[in-house]
Write a protein that binds this ligand. Structure first.
Ligand SMILES: [Mg+2]
Length: 318
């Protein structure tokens, strides 16, 4: 796997996210029966219902981040967060097919006149209010869309971590959600830069010291004994994706397809677990290793396709 180029690994992160998402869509919460002998197939359906090869909210929201990351505006600036927040709102108003519970609660609380400067801060405040009120905002909806953040500041782990948390907090104020994004982005960033298989525990040093104990199971390996379902929780979602990647690493060939199949086989939130898995696994295998049949089939809001994602990854990392 050391023959991949940096550009190919960056493209693999976005393409892997989208291909995992679209391959997991048909089986989300058992919308269609999954046959492990056949493996995941991009037959559409799911909760959308989606067309064959169409990606869902995971990739749609990730593209809101990726588009700003590819622009002149830094994603961690006030203007950048405003632009990402505006992307999320436009996405929902344009008829997003499938919106997560917490994301819907936060975006739904914004009014039409909330648009414009300061939107990011208003969204973050509403997200914090929701957390203060419910205490339950550690869904996997921030982790599922975080991959493009890892491409934005490839040479700067601290800045990547800060951006990952800020963007998570737009909708998911629970520190566990932010932590999971920091850890996953660092694994992707390291994989792209060093050409090694980065792991989420590589990012421990980027978590505030008081947050590290929440992730002790990752450090000591006991996460492998943890339940992987329900995986709507950001912690079990991260474990489930990591388990799927370990399965892929053990495979002799077709590592990407093996990892996505392992993610879908876990059931439950299949598109999201496969999307998270695909983002790190695709960075490791590189875009070239992702089955061409999948790359040709993937597409979705806002009018993007596989080659478009590759171009977007190049634009972000250039
Ligand atoms: Mg989805």
């Amino acid at each position: 796997m050391t023959t991949t180029t940096r550009a190919d690994r960056a493209a693999g992160a976005l393409l892997g996210l989208a291909c995992g998402d679209a391959a997991g869509v048909p089986y989300e919460f058992a919308s269609a029966p999954y046959d492990p002998q056949r493996g995941p197939e991009m037959i559409g359906g799911g909760l959308g219902p989606y067309a064959p090869g169409e990606w869902s909210d995971d990739t749609q929201m990730a593209l809101c981040i990726a588009r700003v990351a590819a622009s002149e505006t830094p994603i961690d600036s006030e203007e950048g967060l405003d632009a990402i927040a505006q992307g999320f709102l436009d996405w929902m108003r344009e008829g997003a097919s499938d919106v997560g519970t917490q994301t819907r609660q936060v975006l739904g609380a914004l009014q039409a006149d909330d648009d414009g400067p300061g939107l990011g801060a208003r969204m973050t405040a509403l997200s914090a209010e929701l957390h203060a009120r419910s205490g339950r905002t550690a869904g996997n909806g921030a982790l599922m869309r975080t991959a493009p953040v890892a491409l934005a500041f490839l040479e700067d782990p601290e800045r990547t971590a800060r951006a990952a948390r800020l963007i998570a907090e737009l909708t998911h104020a629970d520190p566990l959600a932010g932590d999971s994004c920091v850890l996953w982005c660092e694994a992707i960033r390291r994989t792209i830069v060093d050409g090694v298989q980065g792991r989420p525990e590589d990012g421990f040093g980027l978590l505030p010291p008081e947050r590290r104990s929440a992730w002790a199971a990752l450090a000591d390996g006991t996460w492998r004994e943890a339940a992987l379902a329900p995986n709507g929780f950001t912690v079990t979602a991260l474990y489930a994706a990591l388990r799927s990647i370990e399965r892929a690493s053990a495979a002799r060939d077709s590592a990407f397809r093996t990892g996505i199949a392992a993610a879908v086989a876990l059931g439950d939130d299949t598109d999201t677990i496969a999307a998270i898995t695909g983002s790190l696994l695709g960075a490791w295998t590189g875009a070239e290793e992702i089955p061409a049949q999948w790359v040709d089939a993937v597409h979705g809001w806002p009018g993007e396709d596989g080659p478009g994602l590759v171009e977007l990854a190049y634009a972000i990392t250039r």
